[in-house]
Design a protein around this ligand. Sequence first.
Ligand SMILES: CCCCCCCCCCCCCCCC(=O)SCCNC(=O)CCNC(=O)[C@H](O)C(C)(C)COP(=O)(O)OP(=O)(O)OC[C@H]1O[C@@H](n2cnc3c(N)ncnc32)[C@H](O)[C@@H]1OP(=O)(O)O
Length: 937
Amino acid sequence: MSWTQREYTPPKSCNSNTMTVPGGSSRGDEGVVVDTPTNTFKEYLPSKTYGNTPITTVPTTTSVPFNTSSQWAPEGKSLAAHIASAMPTPPESPPPTHLATSTICDSHHHEALVDKTTRQLGLHNLLRVSTSNADRYWLTRRCCYVFHCLALRTKFNYANIPNKMILRDDRIVRAMEQVVAEELEEAGVEEQDDCRARMSLLAKHTARANKLLTDMKAAISSTLIRITGYVLFKVFSNLLMSVTVHGGQQEVIDRAAQRDTPVIFVPLHRSHVDYLFVTWVLFNRQIPAPIVAAGDNLRIPVFGWLLRGLGGFFIKRRLDNCKSRKDILYRSLLQTYVTHALQAGYNLEFFIEGGRTRTGKPCMPKGGLLSVIVDAYSNGTLDDALIVPIAINYDKILDGNFIREQMGQSKIPESFWGAVRAIMKVLSTNYGHARIDFGQPFSLREFVHNQKRASFSQLPLSSQSHNDVLPGCTPPLSPSPMIEMPVLSNGRNSEQLQSLPQPFPLSEQQKPETALFSPSPLVMGKSYHQRSLSTPAANGNLRLRRTTSNPSNALNTVTGTNSRLTGAPSSSSLFGTEVTDEYRSLVKSLAVHIVYDAERCQAVMATNAVAWLLSYVYREGVKLSTLVEAVDALRDSLKTRKRDTGFSGHSRDAVLHAVHMLGAGLVRLEQSTTQTSTTNDTEQDFFIRPVTLLPNIIELNYYASALAPLFAADAIIVTCLLSSIDCDLWSYKDCLPDCLVDREKLIQRGLRLAQLLQHEFLLVPACASLLTKLGQVVDNLIDMGLLQDAGKVDSRWSEDSDEDDISFSQQYKLAPTSSTLEVIGAWRNMLAPMLDTYYHAACCLTSLVGKQLPDKEYIQSIQTHVSSLLEKGTLRYGESICVDPIRNAVKLFESESIMECYNHNSIRLVYLTREYDAEDRLSPLISEIDSYRSCIS
Ligand SMILES: CCCCCCCCCCCCCCCC(=O)SCCNC(=O)CCNC(=O)[C@H](O)C(C)(C)COP(=O)(O)OP(=O)(O)OC[C@H]1O[C@@H](n2cnc3c(N)ncnc32)[C@H](O)[C@@H]1OP(=O)(O)O
């Protein structure tokens, strides 16, 4: 089987800054055993019922007695021992094929951060620490973590941001006045008439603001970080075989952290361990801990206090309790706190997806916190920020599984005892390897510049006046009165600071434009506010100085609106109610860039590869030897696509390790004996079979889904191809079926399917063209030999063409072979369960004709419908029952204006729009989705 595919090369405007390090993860290298895992397979005990649907679970006994010796296992080892010793991903293995990736258009910042040294560094297992005397003395060997943690510098003076200072901020004062005025108006009291009512309302809201701030703010303690750092060494070394980071990436992060610019860490969220890892890596690199946005569901006894001391600041997961009424005061407090913290020198970390992925694929990003940063930049409060996408992946996630929620049951709220129970459970299990990948840091300023240039070049020449407000940006805040900025010092004196690399130089291409900016020494020198962590003594009273104008600020300068804007409040803020569409799309494209970049740098673990192959290629089971070959081929494909694997060494070890990690509940390992036809000898092999029953298959699918974004575009084109031909390719193995494929039509169909699946996959970043990407996927099918040139036809003869419009469309004939069929079959199977769900969700729209339903009830009715079809055996894939694709289908119906919603008494009610409020009007949509399913056998 050949999975090899040409890598998608972004268009010229979007340079891929993939860096290569010599070596590359290679197959066949000797693996170094890091640790010895427990030899027992963990028992998998899913609950027997989910909601009202009884679910059959597979027995948890394995088919292979792992404690017996086997002929197959070399040197008379027991099978269990053999499997236990088959562990890929030694940390000293060759480094990955790339350091980090970034898709940022025309980015130049990497030149300043990446050099020969960073490219040459290899992988590093964080659990292996070395103190200078580590090997010499018994005590330093025994207590290496203690010595290591003591040697690290953690004492940064994290600035205190007093409530008073935030409450005095203009934004809060305005918000408070607005809230009070609204309440007075609601109560029918004229503001001028009732001064006392106004004063008492002001006092009430000031007290509320004070309480909200106290509940929100982080209170980092250096000592707590040091102690936790040590505890995490002990805990991780018990739970995990390795925690690997690329040395070059660490070096780049060090350099980024030394710049006088806030660093914004944006990890994809898989597990509660993610935020522990990020701060822990920074602790190991002696970088100040960032403040981390934590959902206020985590503000539970003891743990809440602990998280706050480690950098957590608590935010509401939904800003407004009721969507129809914005909590202006809360929004302005959050925005002001984050802005002041960035000004005070804190680095920030937040999980842009707004929660852990339940499917294994990245979730669509949220724009709230990101808009705060963009707003701080646009109003001149921040000169720049370095954004670092991060991806963390695990052989096996420590937080259990998300089956309950995928089966439609509500999430169990976090509690003290729940957390204690979870920790106790986790402590007794082996979770294999974990891998942390830092993407290429990129400059917010550079991003905004590039976005602005892209939008600017799209404007007609006549409208390209420098006085025009920049497309994608709203006017910045007026300059605020000068307040003194706290000097944050992380131990560097001013000379050291001067010697550090300066903010990213603007590129040659940017120069003509930047010439429009008023030249200022502030940009080149260090006169703009200093960022460093201050000594409390020097900053007993923290005061902030905001730059009066920021000449390097792309938005100010390009809009040329500084003078006009004096006194104008920001309308682009979390607090502001009038967020323009252009500004929203700027923030959205930044958010998409971050998630796209983070996903691209995520390493594929052995469990992901095996789960993907078992879910979509060998659902009926496969011999170990065949699976090993398939993993080899998949690794080649990943390499071609510049994706790194979180394992190295022999693929057979990787497969056995993955089977062990996934456990008997998800994958069965059976011993099989085959007779060779030539020598009549018997050969021992294993037969590996995925457990395809519900709910186990949902968990297996979680691991498989890590590869879904990588193959999503291929899967879309293949699904369109297979559903548009009227023959079954599988019956034409190695011969030519008599059908032709039109390139243009295929790509157009692909574009439509991509639109239907817009809530499932981020196929391209904002700076790239989906059309180009789908074209490259078609080219790849040609390279694979599936499509063969059949000449061009005059497209005038096609149905919708114009008589005068002469254009030729490329035609292809199909040449399926067993290996290409295996590959495209896997891609097709990847989308099949999702398309089934979308189809049935569309069918259920008919139940909404002439009525409205609470959205939860509607989603539940779709799930009930799908599970009844599963019980009847009409549906092939158990995964179709998952609630996530159902929700995404509903979001699609909303974005296609088929359905609308409104809030009534905090309940979200959905109903069909007038154009679709009849069964016959829904039929075209249902048939359209069904047309893509016709390829599913
Ligand atoms: C040494 C070892 C140490 C160990 C050390 C451990 C460290 C220990 C730390 C603890 C750490 C715990 C970490 C837990 C991990 C989580 O708890 S993850 C969950 C919490 N975090 C997040 O959710 C962060 C990302 N989420 C967001 O940014 C969300 O937008 C918010 C802020 C939560 C709000 O969500 P929402 O209420 O659903 O609202 P959303 O639709 O996003 O929009 C809100 C507003 O944002 C603005 N906005 C949204 N999109 C846009 C846009 N595209 N453009 C412009 N404005 C926009 C608008 O103003 C919008 O309001 P409207 O005008 O639409 O009314």
